[in-house]
Every structure is written in C-alpha cells, then in structure tokens.
Design a binder for this molecule. Structure first.
Ligand code: ADP
Ligand code: MG
Length: 616
C-alpha cells in the first residue's frame, strides 16, 4: 500500500525533483556518508553489546553501476533499518537532521538550501526518478524494500537479503538537453566524485572495475589480452590527519571539512597539529567561516570527532576544548587513548586533559595570527563567533579572561574595530580610563546626551553591542592598568559634595527618593534636559540584561538623574515652588523622559501620557 510522506518531506522532495542545482553530484557524498554513519552505529552498538562483533576490516561500502539498466547502487553492511525505522527515517523529514524548516518564511533559493543543508538522502531525487532501498536491520531476520518514485509517496514490502545493511538503488533519470545523468554510470566519473567528496571516509569504498591482463596464451611475439573484473578501493586509506602537512593543499583541507559535514562552505582557517610526546596525537581543527544554522539551538551538541588510532570512538567529544571554543570543528586522533574506554571514564583521563590544553593553546595562537595578519578575516570571524569567545572571559569567574582579552575587538566612535591594545596605545596623554558605551552603532551612541564631552575632547569610546559585553569588561576590570568606565556612569569629578545642592534639586530628590540615588546638574548637556547615569557595579544596561535573564534576581542600577541647568524645562522647574502641582508633574516628566532615553520602560505609562496631555 502506498504511504504518504509528511508535508515537509513532500515539499523537500518537490524541491529536489525540480532542482536546477548545478552540483547534483553531491547525492553520492550524501549516500556514502549515510552508509558510513550506518557502520559507525554498528560499531557503537558493538562497544556496549558483547554479542555484537565488529571488526573494522569486514565493513565497506560498495558502488555498482549498471549501464544497461541505468542504475547506480550504494550498499553498506551497517545497522540497516526495520520497517518502522524506514517509515520514520525516510518518510518524515523531521527525522532527518539535515534540514530545519524553522525558517519557513524566509524565501531561499533552492540551491541555497541545498548548499547550506546538504539535504541528505532526498538529494538522490535530483538524479533519480525511482529509488529502491533494500535493507535489513541487524536486530531482525526479515528484510524490507522501500520504493518511491517521488513526492506522491512510497511503498514498503517484505524482501530477502542475506546480511544486515542497506542497499540503495537509484534509477537514473532520462538525460535531457541540459543534463547528462549517464555520467553517474561512468567509472572514471564515480572515481572522481569519491576522491573529491568522500576520500577520507574511514571505510573502504569498493567498486568492481574492468581491467585487462595478458591472456594465458599470450606470448612476446603474439601479445593477447583478456578482460577481467576486480574490486578497486576508490578512497584513500590513509586518514587525512596522518598525512604530512606539505603533502596537502588548501583544497584538501576544505574538501575534508565538507566531507565530514562540518559545514557547507570553505572554512575560514585550518590548524593541522601533530604532537609527539608523553601523549601523542594528531588533529585537524577548523575555524568555520559561518555560523551553522542550528548554532543557537540549545540541544545541539558541539565537540570534536575523537579517534583512537584511526578508529572513531566519539562523534562529538565535548571535553577536548573549552566551551568558549565550542564553534571549532575537527578531528583528533590519539593512539594514547584506549579504544575501549567508556565515555564516563574518558572525561576524567589525564590524556584528554593534556590534549585539551594543547588544542586550546593552538587555537588561540591561530586566532592571534589571523588578527595580526588579516584583519578583515578576523572581523568576519568575530562577527560570527565573538560572542562565544567573549563568554569565555566571563565564565569560570574570569579565570580565562587574561588569555582572551587581546582577542577581543569592538567598534568604537572612531573606527570599525579596535583591540584594547590599540585603544590603549592611542589614548590621550592625560586620559586615565578606557571609556565605553552600550549601543548598536556609532550613530546611536553619538546621539546619547552624555557623549558630547567625549567628542569635544576627541576621546575614543568603545561601543558594546552584546548584552554580555559589559559583564565581560567588568570581569577584565583593567587593561594595562587602565580601568574601564561606562560613559553612562556618573563622573565623580563633576559632582561637588561640599557645595550645597540648589533648592529645586533638594525638592526633586524628595519626590524621587525611591527612584534615584542622586540628582545633579551637568553643564556638559546640550540638547537634552535630563539623562540617567548610574553609580556602582550595576549599570543601567546591566539592569536591562538582568531583567531578561531567567530567574531575574532584580538587580537594579543605582540611578543618577543628571539635569541640564540651561535647558528651558529645567529653568522652568527652578522657578516653581515645591508645592506647585506643576513641580511634581515636571519632575516626573523629566525623570521618565530620562528613563526612556536610557532604554528603560516607564513604570506607569498611563499616568505619564496623561501628564503630557495635561501640559499640552
Ligand atoms: P541525516 O543523515 O542527516 O540524518 P539523511 O536524510 O541523510 O539525514 O538520512 C535520514 C536517515 O535515514 C538517517 O538519519 C538514517 O537514520 C537513515 N538512513 C539513511 N541511509 C541509511 C543507511 N544506509 N543505513 C541505515 N540508515 C540510513
Ligand atoms: Mg545523511
């Protein structure tokens, strides 16, 4: 009986069938990597189940091209699928990790989607108009065959198959004027695709190929040849990371990155590490050039692939890098890590700890190098992963802040990006503090009332865009002995304790005693009547961040209301007696206006608006 795909699968299928994507060949990469995954899964099962035997040498992928029937078949002896698994894995897209339809509303071109997500199994429909999946799960004796001719559904029937595993047969589409699907039957083309996309798959990819040899009755005078077929292994047997750096080209690293599904675009940089010592290991790490689409998915696991002497023991080992480098992709292989170690034990081993320290150092050094030699590249990197890196300075009570602080860049009122060191170098001779402001852009910051004196004095102000920035800065505390200071923090020098504050300010204080800790005049203000600054550890922006955090602790900034004594509104206020209704009203308006300017909400909006209307 024909079953229907779920709606999203149908949509994806439609996309594949009508795709004008030029790299249709990636279907082979996808099917090979699924085959390899299926064998890895077998291996994991064997690790925990004594009854399942796994000998790496018995596992391989086979490609068969049948020119007469125009089919190409990719087979593996991995875990296979039960009937239920067939339905779940090939009938519903939700099961496929490769495509996330969250961005339904975002109109993307199909080639963008295919490029970004890879689209897995279904990509085979770009080249095939009928697919048969013959599979037998290692768990049972029956086999099943799944068949589909496209978006209108699929069938599953009982079938015969000797060994567990899966065999996927594609009936290639008819050639068209623009597309020649026959190329996928060509031995040479298949070889080329395997070595391009799947060279370092850790299982042999075999294919029967036609060869010639001297015939039995061949003589030197009368050479005769006969045809015979033989299995060839199409991929490289030596894992990439075991090779010598100078044997490898940039392109090899980039291809490996894509083959391992670390990303769909060339990475920003790679680091090839080979350490011989108490603990020996090899690693290839990548700094991706783009944030993966599921970067902010809290369920997403990060981590590096961990091999023990060429055999994969963990797909995503999170204990090989600190959290703040969780965006790094790659593989680590060490003969000093036992193949049979349990995951729980692994976390605690000294070997892992040593490798981790080493990898961290290497990655930070690489980032430093990029920052120094290729600023544009670094800015691109920081745009994508800067927040993660910065979180490292904040976590662990700032334990890592010192080694990270020179890797941070910020936009400023003077330039697109600046490091603390560069800022420090260009400070005014009499400047004692490193100034910063919270905001999204220089334009926005330049509208803040308190910025004027900094612009007048030609002092550079760092712009902090991310919510965690200010927390990070507080953690770093000082750079090269210069303390950080927010331009929204009230300045001590402008406050004069000895001088009695004017009468009107005393009266305002009475009215606002629960809201602000201080009210004062600030002659540097020009256009605005009033603004809010803060005192102490918690700034106004931090108050906003706290408010949005789960388990809001209700931390509040100690607010200071600064008034522009030359502003007509303030001058008017001075003239009023404190018992005048208008005095109260103006005080409230000034305070709430300043709150709005600082990006805080007005607590009693209705009264605020009423009051404005009354005045008007
Ligand atoms: P992904 O590989 O990202 O999960 P795919 O669309 O490539 O997505 O595959 C969907 C699912 O189908 C896989 O997760 C796997 O469970 C199953 N599958 C595909 N090919 C095989 C295979 N050769 N052997 C066993 N299971 C397979
Ligand atoms: Mg896949």
């Amino acid at each position: 009986m024909k079953k229907k795909y779920n709606a999203q699968t149908e949509r994806l299928m439609d996309l594949m069938i009508h795709s004008i994507y030029t790299n249709k060949e990636i279907f082979l990469r996808e099917l090979i990597s699924n085959a390899s995954d299926a064998m890895d899964k077998m291996y994991y099962i064997a690790l925990n189940d004594k009854d399942v035997k796994f000998d790496h040498d018995d596992y391989y992928i086979r490609i068969e091209a049948d020119k007469d029937n125009r089919t190409i078949t990719i087979s593996d002896n991995g875990i296979g699928m039960t009937e239920d698994e067939l339905v779940e894995n090939l009938g519903t897209i939700a099961k496929s990790g490769s495509l996330d339809f969250k961005n339904e509303n975002e109109k993307s071109e199909d080639h963008e989607i295919i490029g970004q997500f890879g689209v897995g199994f279904y990509s085979a429909f770009m080249v095939a108009d009928e697919i048969e999946v013959l599979t037998k799960s290692y768990k049972e004796d029956e086999a099943h065959i799944w068949k589909s001719k496209g978006a209108d559904g699929y069938t599953i029937e009982d079938a015969k198959k000797d060994d567990h595993g899966t065999s996927i047969k594609l009936h290639l589409r008819e050639n068209t004027e623009d597309e020649n699907y026959d190329e996928f039957l060509d031995e040479y083309r298949i070889r080329e695709l395997v070595s391009h996309y799947s060279n370092y798959i850790s299982y042999p990819i075999k294919m029967k190929v036609n060869k010639k040899r001297p015939a039995a009755d061949s003589t030197d005078d009368d050479p005769k040849f006969e045809d015979y077929t033989e299995d060839d292994v199409l991929n490289s047997s030596v894992p990439m990371w075991r090779k010598n750096k100078n044997e490898l080209k940039e392109e090899d690293y980039n291809n490996f990155f894509k083959q391992r599904h670390f990303g769909f675009e060339d990475p920003l940089a790679h680091i090839h590490i080979s350490v011989e010592g108490v603990i020996s290991f090899k690693a290839i790490l990548y700094i991706p050039s783009r944030r993966p689409f599921d970067f902010y998915n809290p369920d997403k696991k990060s981590g590096l692939e961990l091999y023990s002497n060429g055999v994969l023991i963990m797909n995503k080992c999170e204990d090989l890098l600190p959290d703040y480098l969780s965006f790094i992709k790659g593989v680590v292989d060490s003969e000093d890590i036992s193949l049979n170690i349990s995951r729980e034990m692994l976390q605690k081993t000294r070997e892992l700890e040593i490798i981790k320290k080493n990898l961290e150092k290497k990655v930070l050094a690489e980032l430093e190098k990029i920052l120094k030699n290729d600023r544009e590249k670094y800015e691109e990197f920081f745009k994508n992963f800067g927040v993660v890196l910065k979180s490292g300075a904040y976590e662990n009570y700032g334990a890592d802040a010192d080694k990270l602080k020179d890797l941070f860049i910020y936009p400023s009122t003077k330039r697109d990006s600046v490091t603390f060191a560069e800022y420090r170098k260009d400070m005014k001779p009499d400047q004692d503090l490193i100034y910063y402001a919270n905001g999204d852009s220089a334009d926005e910051i330049k509208k803040l009332p308190q910025i004027k004196s900094f612009i007048d004095k030609d002092i550079e102000v760092l712009i902090l865009k991310d919510a965690i920035d200010e927390f990070v800065i507080k953690m770093i505390d000082a750079y090269d002995e210069k303390k950080f200071k927010s331009i929204s923090e009230t300045s001590a020098d402008e406050k004069d304790d000895k001088e009695e504050s004017p009468e009107y300010i005393k009266n305002m204080k009475e009215l606002l005693k629960d809201e602000v800790v201080e009210i004062k005049e600030n002659k540097n203000l020009t256009d605005d009547a009033a603004y809010l600054s803060s005192k102490g550890e918690v700034s106004i922006d931090m108050e906003k961040t706290f408010k949005n955090m789960p388990g809001n602790q209700g931390f509040k900034a100690q607010k200071v209301l600064e008034l522009n004594p030359n502003h007509p509104a303030v001058m008017k206020l001075k003239e009023l007696s404190k018992d005048d209704e208008k005095f109260k009203s103006y005080t409230n308006l000034l305070y709430n206006g300043a709150r709005l300017l600082a990006g805080l909400s007005v607590e009693n909006k209705i009264d605020f608006v009423k009051e404005i209307s009354k005045l008007m």
